[in-house]
Unconditional design. Structure first.
Ligand SMILES: [Cu+2]
Length: 505
């Protein structure tokens, strides 16, 4: 089936949708500043459900065997692409486990290069975190083990290799983790059956050259806007169609792109319920008809498809670093489809009506803090526009320092609460990720954030000219020697130096 047939053919799609989606055809011709990105005509493919890995129970632990490997993938029709992945040639299985389990990740690096594998969002000992200090040399093995104390939600695992995170993630070293609680989901009426009514939607963008090779550029200009591509993949497949088995589905939206921001909505503007963000559920479902996701952010949404009508998840242009300041790039900042849903065969099930989900920790309210604040840290995100940026090796700083492997920038006390004030005077937006914690956003430029941002988070967008305060628990693990990272999750910014490290003692 050609995409035109899906958009215009006998599926009852209205002309209105076709008008909106026609923007995506223009993407085929667009280029980003000077690269020769290639996008062949694509035809619709089936939604790709990632392999599910729930581990093997061995002596009270959930054991996962993860092999980093290289291979060939067919990402574009008729062309072969060299990629890397985990237990597969491109991207990775979805890892599912439960709170209170001890997980043991046995990682084998069968790539011809050093790699590191980070468990994004997890609260765990620093030596198990998989940051740049836990590099795994080619041919070596590494084991990470921790007791799961995070809340059920959608998480991320990906390369975090010193200076090479961006290109390794781009080539495919990334996947989704899910902490699940099926009993609680059942009580709340939240879809939770993997591949039946609960679907990962891991969104990445990639650029290719005409031979089908992945195109990755590290020029100064590319670093500033981050590496973005003109082919949108969901779970590694472009232009796919999900045919859900039930009429009420949970989509685990996951921005696994290096740098691209998404402003997501459905083609018929239908509402959906946001039930969880990065690190756990919201207190109440939020009814929305659009949601923004910057790199590394996740959102679990519930969508009612009981009308049986096909619908597309789409990006609306106008959000992200491609339209700020001198970065303005109309070619890449455009409307396009993410993927399609065709629910005519879905079994009809009751609508989602739950009003109250959970209670969040009561760390603060409009009157002030309910916990003692051990420290307030001030972190300034800087992009130097002078010679250092254009000709030097750096230009990306936090508090005027580029990342150094052997510098501890901050020291926190275990089992305390801190306020981190993230200030962004630079010309682009920066999604900031802090390891080993799930925080809550206090305010943006002094204003209480939207209800959609009221839950547990590990990544927060700090827009240009914005100051965002977050309240974070430092966690139970003490280690004076081994640090955790905090950094911009536009991975090219991270690799270029917009990262620091802290210990918890
Ligand atoms: Cu950044």
């Amino acid at each position: 089936m050609k995409r035109r047939d899906f958009l215009l053919g006998g599926l009852g799609v209205t002309a209105g949708i076709a008008t909106v989606t026609s923007g995506s055809f223009a993407m085929g011709q667009m280029m980003s500043g000077g690269n020769d990105a290639y996008r062949p005509p694509l035809s619709l493919q089936d939604y790709a459900l990632p392999a599910l890995d729930e581990g093997t129970s061995i002596q009270g632990k959930q054991v996962f065997k993860l092999t980093l490997q290289a291979g060939e993938s067919q990402l574009l029709p008729g062309l072969s692409t060299e990629t890397i992945g985990i237990n597969q040639n491109f991207l990775a299985p979805v890892l599912r486990f439960k709170k209170d389990q001890t997980v043991r990740m046995e990682v084998s690096n069968r790539l011809n290069e050093t790699a590191a594998l980070h468990w994004h969002g997890m609260i765990l000992p620093a030596t198990q975190d998989g940051g740049p200090h836990q590099a795994i040399k080619s041919g070596d093995d590494w084991v990470a083990e921790w007791k799961v104390i995070n809340e059920p939600a959608t998480y991320f695992y990906h390369s975090h290799t010193h200076n090479h995170t961006g290109e390794q993630v781009w080539r495919g070293l990334a996947g989704q983790m899910q902490i699940i609680d099926e009993d609680r989901d059942a009580e709340l009426g939240i879809p939770h059956q993997y591949g039946v009514d609960d679907y990962p939607v891991i969104i990445t963008d990639r650029a290719f050259d005409k031979s089908g090779a992945l195109y990755y550029s590290n020029t100064r200009m590319q670093k500033m806007q981050g590496m973005q591509g003109n082919v949108i993949l969901v779970n590694g497949v472009a232009d796919s169609v999900l045919k859900p088995k039930k009429s009420l589905v949970r989509l685990r939206l996951h921005n696994a792109s290096n740098a691209r921001f998404y402003d997501l909505h459905f083609s018929d503007n239908r509402p959906f319920q946001l039930v969880a963000t990065d690190g756990g559920m919201l207190e109440q479902p939020q009814t929305l008809n659009r949601i923004r996701l910057t790199p590394a952010e996740r959102a679990d949404i519930i969508v009612d498809l009981s009308d049986g009508k096909p619908v597309s998840l789409q990006n609306r242009k106008g959000y992200g670093n491609l339209n700020t300041g001198m970065m303005s790039n109309g070619a890449l900042d455009t409307n396009f489809d993410i993927f399609h849903i065709e629910p005519s065969q879905a079994e009809k099930v009751p609508a989602f009506t739950t009003a109250q989900l959970i209670r969040l920790p009561n760390w603060f309210n409009a009157q002030g803090f309910n916990v003692d604040i051990a420290t307030t840290r001030h972190l300034q995100l800087d992009m130097q526009m002078g010679p250092a940026m254009m000709f030097g090796s750096g230009g990306f700083f936090i508090n005027e320092k580029a990342y150094e492997l052997n510098t501890i920038n901050e020291v926190a006390k275990a089992n305390t609460y801190e306020v981190w004030e993230l200030r962004n005077p630079s010309i682009t937006h920066h999604p900031i990720h802090i390891h080993n914690t799930q925080f809550r956003i206090i305010d943006r430029n002094g204003r209480i954030p939207s209800a959609a941002e009221s839950g547990l988070k590990d990544t927060v967008i700090v827009h240009s000219e914005e100051t965002v305060r977050v309240l974070l628990p430092t966690g139970p693990y003490k280690d004076a020697d081994n640090p955790y990272m905090y950094h911009c999750h536009i991975i090219e910014h991270e690799d270029a130096g917009m990262m620091g490290q802290f210990t918890v003692t």
